[in-house]
Each structure stands twice: as C-alpha cells, then as structure tokens.
Design a protein around this ligand. Structure first.
Ligand SMILES: Cc1cc2nc3c(=O)[nH]c(=O)nc-3n(C[C@H](O)[C@H](O)[C@H](O)COP(=O)(O)OP(=O)(O)OC[C@H]3O[C@@H](n4cnc5c(N)ncnc54)[C@H](O)[C@@H]3O)c2cc1C
Length: 331
C-alpha cells in the first residue's frame, strides 16, 4: 500500500487509521522463498522497498515467533493496514462535499442498453438515464452485466476472518503471512485478527478457488463461518507463536471475495458497449487498490484512456480473447 494516512487525510479531509507496520511474508520451503523473490525486479523498478529476509530478521520483526520451520521471507516496511470502513466514510464524505449525491437502499435491477451503447440503469426507485455507467458491484457484477448481455467472469468465493481477545505484546507487529498456507494475522487495536485459507471436505488448505464455476455468477455459499475453521486456526496459531497458545476466538465472520479467472480485477471500458465501464473482481485486494482504481477508471471515463498508468491489461477484453497477461495469485 503506498497511500499513506497523511495523503488520505489531505485528499479527503478525514482521518484514516493506516498503520505503516509492514507486510511480512514467511515461507516454509525453498520453492516458497523463490516465489517470494520472483517479483523483486518489478518492485525495484516501481521503487517498492521490499527485501528478502532470513530467520534472524524475521525473529526481530515478530519477537518470539517460531522461525525454525522457515526457509526465509520477504518484508516491506512501507506496507500496512487500515480500517476499510473508516476509509470509506472519509471518501464518501469528501465526495459529498464535492457535490456527489448518494442514494442508499436502492437496488439496480438492470442496465439500460440501446444497441451498442448504455443509456442508464433501471432501479427499484425508477430509471436513471446516463451517458456513462460504472458497474462497481463486487461479486454481483456478473449478474448485473448480464442484463445488458455482457459476460463478466466474476464469482463469489467465501472467506472468513476471526478475532481474538487482547494480546498487547503483539500490538505493533507487521501483517504476518504464511506464504504456503495463506494463514495470516495482524493486530487490530490490542486484539489480533486472523485470516485463513478455506478447508476443503478432505481438510486440504485452499488459498484460492480450485477453479472457476461452470456458469457465472456461480454459487453463493451461505455466509456462515465453516465449523472446521476455528480448530484449524487455533492449532495453526499456537504452532506459529507461543502468545497464541491459549487463544480465545471472540468474533468471526465470512464474506465473499470477488474472483476472476486470473485473480486480477476487471477495470475500464467494456469493449463494444459505449459508455459502460466496470471496476470489480478484486479478490482479496480491493481495499488497497481502491484509491488507484478510482483515479484510473475516472481518467478512462472522462478522457477516454487512463493516463497515470496503462490499464489495458485489466480490460474485460482479456477474457473475451483468451489473452492471459497475469499469473494468478491470491492471498
Ligand atoms: C475476508 C476478506 C478479507 C479481505 N482482506 C482484504 C485485505 O486485507 N486487503 C484488501 O485490499 N482487500 C481485502 N479484501 C477484499 C476487499 O474487501 C474487496 O476486494 C473490496 O471490498 C471490493 O470492493 P468493491 O467496492 O469492488 O465491492 P464491494 O465491497 O462488494 O461493494 C459492492 C457494493 O455493490 C452493492 N451492489 C451489488 N449489486 C448491486 C445492485 N444490483 N444494486 C445496488 N447495489 C448493488 C453491494 O451491496 C455492495 O455494497 C478482503 C475480502 C474479504 C472477504
């Protein structure tokens, strides 16, 4: 994440609790270390100060954490974590001050399309005519775009979060991510927040979906935390850090990741339908990508092309033509 709280406050006039404590990826295997090393040339080009770290550095970053099973890791001190709802409230408030009107509690039932252009939306409160429509409806994007005969391969994938009581000695650690399992934890106030892979019926850890559904939008699994997850988290956490030995989970919930076939979002103009734009399908990365996405999609909507960086690879076109510019990777 490169948007610091100071810049967010400057832009929105509101507070943001971004904590620049770093992301620490840890790997059990040499293959995992090699995968963590792979993007370093890209990071260097983009001046992202990520570096490979060994057991000694890892133990300094998260004191008393088990490191004897690790082959290495990668750390970037400029990364961090924040509260999406606080950020959202700030963005919304500053947009309202700039003249934006929000209509809450109204559903969009269909996109209105005449020939090769979009003309507005049909809502539960009537039609709204518009020359340009941006669909940013997360895992529901596929269903909404289908109303304009546009196929968007985005589907819901349930993921869960758990929170423990206070663990003051770990209140300042980086977000720590086990590369192979996908298990990760970080402080949330004095408490710890845990995220985990899904477990398949045979107990296999599943960091991301095994495959795309045969039809979109696909199945919406019930938003209940699967019973198998808590014992898995307790065991995994206790293995990783002695402070988690007597962990008590006090809260847990499930939500949907919005998956695409290559785990990367669809952003930009929809080919063949003038005035229609999509920004959706961010899997587990939509909060951190939100400010950049907003900037880029607005450039494309107003100027015909994103100017800050080229986002052609994020176009829906890649799924229409079979072009695959990205290697799938999801946390
Ligand atoms: C467990 C979990 C952990 C995550 N951790 C991280 C993380 O650490 N970092 C990170 O960057 N990201 C993370 N994410 C991902 C991030 O939360 C999402 O990528 C992001 O919220 C997507 O934002 P969005 O605005 O595109 O979609 P959403 O947040 O899904 O918003 C879409 C909105 O559209 C509305 N909507 C849908 N259809 C209609 C309709 N027809 N009419 C009207 N309204 C409609 C929905 O009600 C919703 O409010 C996590 C996600 C999960 C589930």
């Amino acid at each position: 994440m490169s948007v610091t709280s100071a810049r967010c406050s400057d832009r929105t006039g509101s507070r943001h609790d971004f904590r620049e404590r770093g992301y620490l990826f840890i790997a059990n295997t040499l293959l995992g270390v090699a995968e963590l090393r792979e993007p370093l040339p890209l990071y260097e080009r983009l001046k992202v100060p990520a570096e490979m770290v060994g057991r000694v550095e890892i133990a300094e970053l998260v004191p008393r954490m088990r490191v004897d099973d690790l082959a290495g890791g990668r750390f970037c001190g400029r990364d961090g974590y924040g509260d999406p709802l606080v950020a959202l409230a700030g963005f919304a408030a500053s947009a309202q001050l700039a003249g934006v009107t929000f209509r809450e509690g109204i559903g969009v039932e269909a996109l209105l399309r005449e020939g090769d252009r979009v003309t507005g939306v049909r809502t539960t409160a009537g039609d709204v005519r518009a020359e340009r429509v941006l669909v940013a409806t997360g895992c529901w994007t596929s269903a909404l775009c289908a109303t304009a005969s546009v196929a968007v391969p985005i589907w819901p994938y349930r993921r869960s979060i758990m929170e423990s009581g206070p663990i003051p000695q770990l209140a300042d650690i980086p977000l720590t991510i086990e590369w192979e399992s996908g298990f990760h934890f970080r402080p949330k106030g004095k408490a710890q927040r845990f995220a985990m892979p899904n477990l398949t019926a045979d107990g296999t850890e599943e960091k991301g979906p095994a495959g795309a559904p045969s039809a979109y939008p696909g199945e919406y699994a019930p938003l209940e935390v699967p019973a198998s997850l808590e014992p898995w988290v307790l065991a995994r956490a206790a293995w990783r850090h002695p402070a988690f030995a007597d962990l008590r989970i006090v809260d847990s919930w499930s939500c949907y990741y919005e998956m695409t076939p290559d785990d990367h979002p669809v952003v930009g103009a929809v080919p063949g339908v003038a005035g229609l734009y999509v920004a959706a399908g961010f899997s587990g990365h939509g909060f951190m990508h939100a400010p950049a996405t907003a900037q880029l999609v607005v450039e494309e909507m107003l100027d015909g092309r994103a100017r800050t960086i080229d986002i052609a690879d994020l176009s829906l076109e890649r799924f229409q033509t079979g072009r695959r510019p990205f290697k799938a990777t999801v946390l």
